[in-house]
Ligand binder design. Structure first.
Ligand code: NI
Ligand code: MN
Length: 226
């Protein structure tokens, strides 16, 4: 699996030759000006919740690529009614997409579209392909439910946590979250995009290091091989 950081909480994931775009908010992100959404490949668009900073570019990418939008039930009605290809899931459920297993997990946050339409409950996702497993927490606080992940799914190869604070957990809670999911390799996201979520990278990385863990903060456009 290959994980590319597309800025904010947007990720590009390659597995089994398929491309999954997670929570695309790129065209309005000043920090991601060098990423052209028209150049993105997508077989699937995976959405954690309906907030604008996660869904802004969904329709443009889906129109161009005809990708299948995978999300919760309420968001699948929203996009389905607009004529997009959708697969609705719900918390705790798993499904296979081209031999990529996707499991919907609990996230503590809120979810509505920018026009006020109800967006259902927010989620995170576990992705499993070729014997590798990553956890994308989505926008969430630290929650004890995370302890269920290693118990029910097994060992993770990478945990992706929000670290920007203010709207989600900050890096200190993300560090504890990595204990809960028993994965010491963490990719941080949902930071720096807006003034309230600007973080001191070195301080955040040093905090993880002091607990024997690794916090990876990728430059936008850079990738990690899992
Ligand atoms: Ni949000
Ligand atoms: Mn957000």
């Amino acid at each position: 699996m290959k994980v590319t950081y597309l800025g904010h909480a947007s990720l590009g994931i390659e597995a089994n030759g398929k491309h999954i775009i997670v929570d695309p908010f790129i065209s309005a992100n000043e920090l991601a000006k060098h990423i052209n959404i028209d150049s993105l490949k997508a077989d699937y668009i995976l959405l954690t919740h309906a907030h604008q900073d996660h869904v802004l570019d969904v329709e443009a990418i889906a129109e161009k690529t005809e990708a299948i939008i995978v999300c919760n039930a309420e968001m699948s009605y929203y996009y389905g009614n607009k004529g997009f290809n959708v697969v609705g899931m719900n918390t705790g459920g798993k499904a296979e997409f081209d031999e990529i297993m996707i499991k919907s997990t609990i996230a503590f946050h809120s979810s509505s579209f920018s026009d006020g339409t109800y967006g259902g409950n927010p989620n995170g996702y576990i992705l499993e392909a070729n014997g590798k497993r990553i956890y994308i927490a989505g926008d969430t606080s630290l929650t004890y439910e995370m302890k269920l992940i290693p118990e029910t799914i097994g060992q993770l190869d990478l945990a992706i946590f929000p670290v920007g604070d203010h709207f989600t957990m900050g890096f200190e809670d993300a560090c504890l979250a990595s204990d809960f999911v028993q994965c010491n390799r963490v990719l941080g996201y949902h930071f720096d995009t807006f003034p309230p979520i600007k973080i001191d990278h070195e301080k955040a990385k040093a905090f993880f290091k002091s607990k024997g863990k690794e916090l990876i903060l990728l430059e936008i456009g850079n990738s990690l091989a899992i």
